[in-house]
Design a protein around this ligand. Structure first.
Ligand code: SF4
Ligand code: SF4
Length: 160
């Protein structure tokens, strides 16, 4: 995975995520977080989520896209802090600033062009081999997705 340098000020994130101020660093969330459990550089003493919450200048947090938004941290947190939301905000910021992995921009572009994150051409080649009816582009859905994308600032970015 591409390593990112996401620059943000702690205040910017706490402003958007008041709930994280009640985090008392119990590590309950980290016991279930797949990133901490499966990425060698993290462990329960130095977990993925705690690194974010403890960093004064969290540009050190460069793996934000490893969060798969499974929300296990949300379900298990006794304080109703919301680590997933923090990571979502960081992902949005990194996307806006052009720091997201290239695949993310490609998926968004594909989605806004054809209404699916998988290429219709490739999908239909597979379906043809399997003897299944082809799927067609849903023009109405694509139009609606583009309207939504424009409203939330998810403009289409061309590949670098
Ligand atoms: S986010 Fe919740 S579960 Fe995780 S360390 Fe903070 S208080 Fe504990
Ligand atoms: S939502 Fe992200 S931070 Fe929370 S448990 Fe899942 S991978 Fe970890």
């Amino acid at each position: 995975m591409k390593v990112l340098r996401v620059k943000y000020e702690r205040n910017e994130i706490t402003k958007k995520n008041k709930a994280i101020e009640v985090c008392f660093k119990c590590s309950t969330c980290s016991k279930f977080c797949p990133v901490t459990l499966h990425v060698a550089k993290y462990n329960l003493e130095d977990s993925f989520i705690t690194q974010l919450f403890q960093a004064e200048k969290p540009e050190a947090l460069n793996d934000v896209w490893m969060c798969c938004a499974c929300e296990k941290c949300v379900i298990t947190c006794p304080q109703d802090a919301n680590p997933t939301q923090v990571f979502t905000n960081l992902k949005e910021k990194s996307y806006r600033e052009g720091l997201a992995p290239l695949i993310i921009y490609r998926l968004v572009k594909q989605l806004l062009q054809e209404g699916t994150v998988y290429s219709l051409k490739l999908t239909n080649m597979t379906r043809k081999r399997a003897g299944v009816k082809e799927v067609k582009k849903n023009e109405k859905a694509v139009k609606e997705l583009n309207v939504l994308a424009e409203k939330v600032g998810l403009e289409r970015k061309e590949d670098n």
